[in-house]
Write a protein that binds this ligand. Sequence first.
Ligand code: SF4
Length: 719
Amino acid sequence: MTLTGMTPAAQPADTHCPYCSLQCGMRLRRVVSPPPDGPGVAVEERPEFPVNRGALCGKGRSATAVLAPGVRLTAPLVRDRRTGRLREADWDEALDRAAGGLADAAARYGRDAAGVFGGGGLTNEKAYLLGKFARVVLRTANIDYNGRFCMSSAAAAQRAAFGLDRGLPFPLADIARTGCLILVGGNPADTMPPAMRYFQGQQAAGGKLVVVDPRRTRTAETADLHLRPAPGTDLALALGLLHLVVAEGRVDEEFVAARTTGWEQAHAAAMAHWPERVERITGVPVAALRRAVELFCDAPTGMVLTARGGEQHSKGVDTVGAWINLCLATGHAGRPFSGYGCLTGQGNGQGGREHGQKADQLPGYRSITDPAARAHVARVWGVDPDTLPGPGRSAYELLDTLGTDGGVRALLLMGSNPVVSAPHASHVTERLRALDSLVVCDVVRSETAELADVVLPTAQWAEEEGTMTNLEGRVILRRAALAPPPGVRTDLDVLHGLAERLGVEKGFPTAAEEVFEELREASAGGQADYSGISYARIRAEDGVFWPCPSAEVGRRPHPGTPRLFHDRFATPDGRARFADVSHRPAAEEPDAEYPLRLTTGRVLAHYQSGAQTRRTPELQRAAPGPFVELHPRLAARLGVAEGAPLTVTSRRGTVTAPARVSDRIRPDTVFMPFHWPGPGRANTLTNPALDPVSRMPEFKVCAVRVEAADAGAGAGEER
Ligand code: SF4
């Protein structure tokens, strides 16, 4: 690997981890004599960055492993028409093939037959330019991204309640100062360990932590109270808590009257969820419900944070709405150290959904159906607003119809690995295979890249500049520490090359800062207003919170907005809106044929589809493969011991993985991590039933049957 691109030579570069939404600050320093097969930079702590203050988890510490030659792609690949295999090609051939495939599909089937699928790990600049590429070059409605699978339910619920969606409406440090924190379906001890200092700080200061999770996770072990509802019943749980708040006279009437609307309906719905009914639905004892309400209402300040466990459901929006209702009714919202927040997942899950790679959005969190928003963005892009397409299909619906009549026939996929990470993954794999043309931009030869007609090797986090927006809404700057190896280009270069080949010569710069300058203008006046943020400011301030308009405040630049909603909510009347929600069952409930619930999630050592972390030796050693976590009583009933091979079957297929026997899980539920492909791929089983509002698939619960695997018991069978 060349080190000549280090900027400036031998100087350390302050940047951020490539993985989760915490976006931990780190310093990269050149290795004087790197081994031939090792990365040319080493990770150091950066204690002055305020979010992680130097702490890194194992994923961050080992992130340079994927920079090493031999691990990553260093030349474009095209599928040889004679042999049917991927072979190396030069960039001109690869880009010609990629652009040709997109153009052919549009010419034969119409513009919407060319599609784009992005990722929540892309920088703001890439996400912005990808959306512009879809709308201006391809003029297709069909663009969406894997962030739809991540935070879309929380985003929709926040917009409904508060008029604005930002993961956390306060800095992470505020968590340490709240009186009672309810954490729903999140396990930061494994997913973002450096964040635990804030949870521990909160308890050390006398605050109470309530964790809602069907598993006794490492986070749950630290809680003052752990509620273990059956997967898919969080909505009933939140309604039951609200019922008790009302029944015990703990409603903050003054706050409800002054700062909210819609209480009557929310109150009526809660009254229909009395504690004994909720205990029957959730399995959480009435006494535990009462204790949770006592802790939350006794505290002078309170927060509810949700993560994927509470959100990835076919009723995810209603579930988050019910938790927000609890905050509003108790007055734990719109005040210092109180409120609802979402622990976003992917590195740029927040920024990725603000700047135009979502099917229904334009940059600045503008709606693609709003004529004024279309006119503003079209002016920045120098096009006629009437040429901009309308909303397209959501992520799963886009994947589900690939290669079909009326569906996308040629797909450009950037920064995503749906063969492992999409629900009903065997079906999605089949649909990807049915495409006329699949173009994948990635740093490694992922499982999805294996199906591609063209694979374009792209630069990685340590080799590029660009902004990311972390879970707090803090816009930070990723800085290049070294040049990408020869044969690798940036995603911005790729979009430039494709646009040029498709007849659009201008408007696709390759310098990230130039793209950001245009993004500022496109976002100006929108909800996610970045117009007052510049690279220089981010460097000087170590991040700026949006919204940050360009207008001055008291003759000084706008300071950004670390805390939202203290004066008013972002709704037209300034009041928060209660959600009118009631419990309903999961899309698939256990029955005689499939008597157990499956829930899925992550492990400490791996990140998302594992495309990078499975290629990192120390992480792969720590967690080498999938497993099925099951309760000792269930294991005894099945007659299996630790490590015995199990088959897990849902209506969508069968997978095989070794048993991990643990009383951390409910006896009626099994857990599988979703990082691996092959016969143990958890997403072979998951249910693509969608939330009617957010279009979030039901990753977190489906009905399964578990059996001891005998030789040849249909491992990895797909239906
Ligand atoms: Fe990276 Fe997240 Fe770990 Fe921080 S917590 S080092 S951002 S994976």
